[in-house]
Design a protein around this ligand. Sequence first.
Ligand SMILES: Cc1cc2nc3c(=O)[nH]c(=O)nc-3n(C[C@H](O)[C@H](O)[C@H](O)COP(=O)(O)OP(=O)(O)OC[C@H]3O[C@@H](n4cnc5c(N)ncnc54)[C@H](O)[C@@H]3O)c2cc1C
Length: 496
Amino acid sequence: MTDIYNFDVVVAGSGGTGLSAAHTAAQNGLKVLVIEKLNQIGGNTRISSGFFAIDTIEQRKQGIQLSYDEAVKQLMEYSHYLNNGSLVKQVVKNAKPTLEEIKKMGMKIKLNPVTETTQFAHRNNLYAGGSYHMYEDKPESYKNIQDYMEKEGVEFWFDTSFEKLLHDENGTIIGAQVTNNIGEIIKIKAKATIIATGGFGGNKDKVAQVMKTTNLRTLGVPNMGEGLDAMEEAGAVDIDGTALIHAAQLAKSAVSKESNKQHLAGFSNSPITRLLLTPLLWVNDFGTRFTNEDVVYDTVKWANAGWSVGGKYFLIVDSSTLKDYDIKPQLEVSKAGPGASTDKGDFIKLADLAVEQKTAFKGNSIEELAEKTGMKKSTLCKTVENYNKIIEQNEDTEFSKSKDSLVYDIKNGPFYAFIAQVAYLGTIGGVRTDSHMRVLDKNLNIIRGLYTGGANAGGYYEGHSYPAYEGLASGFAWTSGRLAGLAAVKDIQNKE
Ligand SMILES: Cc1cc2nc3c(=O)[nH]c(=O)nc-3n(C[C@H](O)[C@H](O)[C@H](O)COP(=O)(O)OP(=O)(O)OC[C@H]3O[C@@H](n4cnc5c(N)ncnc54)[C@H](O)[C@@H]3O)c2cc1C
């Protein structure tokens, strides 16, 4: 027999979106149930570091004055006006009150000084770097939030998965079917159903299909996309679901489990990560240079450049460069993405280890290196010859890399090529909504009873590129969740 429970609001997923939506509904006197697949709240939001918000108390305290209009303009321009302006405006304006709500529930927040951003490209950029409100003491902060919400009456069911939406004969959504950890199927009847299951980053096949490559590396909780699928089945339209590509990592060793650790950038103690995080010569699969490598100072531009050549590229160095890295690289080591290890290391030894582990190639000549990597010899030789000229002239006539980054030529063998792969932090984008997070069908009609937000909602970014404003996705999750909660409250009250 299937049990049936009745709530005013059922929320699937307890990341920033779900928590914020559930809190908002409960705060307004509604009976709320949160379904969470894992055994704790937070999802990817819990792993994320901070929240993009404009004109906050924290910014004012530091004498930083930011304008909503300017933020909206910048976000629209970044996305070439492909994003939904009314949604962007709504979210930017509501970020500050949402931040206040989550602080009230016990989230500790500290504004990251704009001079200390890990993305050096955003230093002193008040909008891209100065709006990053960092989550502090995360375990305690999330515990505070759960305690607060339970006190206001929110019920949490953990280890319980959302499976499908329930609807009546008119297509109005009337709740959700879920399965608990012992396989029992339960139907939840609700006046509002908020799908906050955080995209489909755990579904590697779908990510490969959307991103047109299998080369990407992933981080994050394994959200499989059941929420998005169910909304599409109910008539919603996924307009822009895509991987949130972010920085790159050195390739993972194919050789053994133990050696994997040594080449998982950001999660390894290997100093070799410093090669990844400095603007050396990068080439694509054909041996051609493809970008201004200074993008390494901005996680999004870096990932975008890597994705543009199929999600994988090579960094080329010679032995003199490696020896220099033993002491201290003359290039500023980026802290973007996972950040680099600062441990000392013998770089020639480490490079040889990488070759053994099949995450790098070695050649006594550039021709031999080309042969090992499968590149055309003449192409790689030409690329290296041109790059050496650029270093000698101290002027990048190909991609305008800064003079500070024109340090290392490639002349003294043996030569090495390290494999780097673009990483992604779950997915972003999703179904089309109105600016209050009510889900729309293909004719732009509201699907009654259905709301979404965060990594399930489309229109905030639109397209493959995530705007490089720190904390944008995490802030969007909390803020859009609150908007979804407010819309549900309003719609329920209007009906009564
Ligand atoms: C490692 C990492 C670092 C990041 N850092 C940043 C950052 O610093 N700044 C930033 O802006 N963004 C960052 N992001 C992205 C950002 O965290 C996400 O875009 C955002 O948090 C998504 O929020 P959400 O509520 O939509 O999803 P989530 O926070 O992922 O929440 C979804 C929840 O739904 C649950 N769930 C999934 N499927 C089901 C189901 N079928 N039934 C029930 N529950 C289900 C999940 O377990 C999860 O708890 C980062 C992401 C990762 C992975």
